[in-house]
Design a binder for this molecule. Structure first.
Ligand SMILES: *Cc1c(COP(=O)(O)O)cnc(C)c1O
Length: 397
């Protein structure tokens, strides 16, 4: 048996590999420079171009580009009319923004449990949590896998709920042949550098609904309109006139971020293929290891994986997750845990949420670990990760 680096053995590799990293190429940089040298840094035509690109890529009717994925979720909740007294059902295995957006609106996030095999929100648990106050569902395409769209839509139709898809992980994924972005009432993307394509910070909300689109536009730019048709007083004083018709925020993205996004979107096909190749190699290598449980996929989802998660069977391994995590770090593979159940955080505990709320989520959480997955990884990087995982498993089995 190989000695772990943590015990003075030789690490699998020299430089650290992180769980995720952007891939920025010369043409990306050139496209940003071009916009920086032009007339518009913000509120210019390139933001509109970004929105058009998103519409063309996903097939959705409307896109509103915003400053980040969290702003996208907040705008979606505002457009859905979520406010005090309302409840919104979401998953605890997500980044905190998926439920924080509900709190921003003065409403109450309700946590439904996850499916213990796919790790996405369980429609049966959603239905159990519906009350007369329920207004919307924020379902998260965790790791890039599409949620159970068909089942969730059925629930939304039955109880007249708005379906918001947090697709921060899942641009490029298809469900039943249809692109994510064109499936829910509103779909929220994030273009943070760890996500599949990046604009630095950035995000977008997509919808097929004209009225929701109008509200999204207002929400992300102060509730101010220059559109005569939307004004209350159309007999105005002059061309400088505009109206604030709702309370909105400044959640605009800049034109040079839009340039980076547009350049990245052109190469998303290559990024998706590389991610799929790496996932395939991981699956081959890990399915033979009984101490590692793999995330299951529903057959409808043609997934562009954002995160690759291994779940440790801690009954079979003679170590804690912490020991496994530390041993991987010593091998120079920097893993991460996605995610701590949101309602475990002190802020949520102080609001009255308690541990034990979602047993599947808590059980899955105890064993999961994200290992490196990003298009910039070389074949050797991928083999190093596999070697490290096998080495640590063999040591602790
Ligand atoms: C990254 C992320 C967000 C927030 O996106 P930002 O662009 O960082 O604000 C929201 N939800 C999920 C699931 C995410 O992973």
């Amino acid at each position: 048996m190989e000695k772990l680096a943590i015990h003075g053995g030789r690490p699998v590799r020299k430089e650290k590999l992180y769980y995720g990293h952007q891939l920025i190429e010369d043409d990306d940089i050139q496209s940003v420079i071009k916009i920086l040298q032009g007339d518009y840094l913000t509120c210019g035509p390139n933001v509109k171009n970004m929105e058009t690109d998103l519409v063309n890529y996903t097939g959705a009717k409307y896109a509103v580009a915003v400053s980040n994925g969290t702003a996208a979720l907040h705008c979606a909740c505002l457009a859905a009319g979520i406010g005090p007294g309302d409840e919104v059902i979401t998953t605890p295995i997500t980044f905190a923004a998926s439920s924080n957006c509900v709190l921003y609106c003065g409403a109450t996030p309700i946590f439904a449990d996850i499916d213990p095999e796919t790790y996405t929100i369980d429609p049966l648990s959603i239905e159990k949590h519906i009350t007369h106050r329920t207004k919307a569902i924020v379902a998260v395409d965790f790791t890039g896998q599409a949620v159970k769209i068909k089942e969730i839509k059925k629930i939304c139709n039955k109880y007249k709920l708005i379906f918001i898809e947090d697709a921060a992980h899942s641009i490029g994924t298809k469900y039943d042949g249809k692109m994510v972005g064109n499936l829910a009432d509103m779909t929220c993307f994030s273009f943070h550098p760890v996500k599949t394509i990046t604009s630095g910070e950035g995000g977008a909300v997509l919808t097929n609904n004209k009225e929701l689109h109008r509200k999204l536009v207002l929400a992300h730019t102060h509730g101010i309109t220059h559109d005569e048709e939307l004004m209350e007083d159309s007999h105005h004083e002059g061309p400088w006139y505009y109206e604030e018709v709702a309370l909105g925020y400044n959640y605009r993205i800049t034109d040079f971020q839009a340039a980076l996004f547009r350049s990245q979107l052109q190469k998303i096909g290559r990024f998706i293929n590389r991610r799929k190749e790496i996932v395939k190699r991981y699956e081959e290598a890990f399915k033979a290891i009984p101490e590692i449980i793999l995330q299951k996929e529903i057959q409808e989802s043609d997934t562009c994986r954002h995160l690759y998660i291994i779940r440790l069977d801690l009954e079979k391994l003679k170590c804690t997750r912490r020991q496994f995590f530390d041993a991987m770090s010593e091998e120079n593979i920097q893993c991460q845990i996605h995610y701590i159940p949101v309602y475990w955080f002190p802020y949520y505990r102080h609001l009255g949420y308690e541990k034990g709320l979602c047993p599947n989520a808590e059980d899955v959480y105890r064993g999961i670990m994200s290992i490196p997955l990003y298009p910039k990884m070389t074949d050797q990087d991928v083999e190093d990760v596999i070697h490290a995982v096998k080495k640590v498993v063999e040591y602790y089995r």
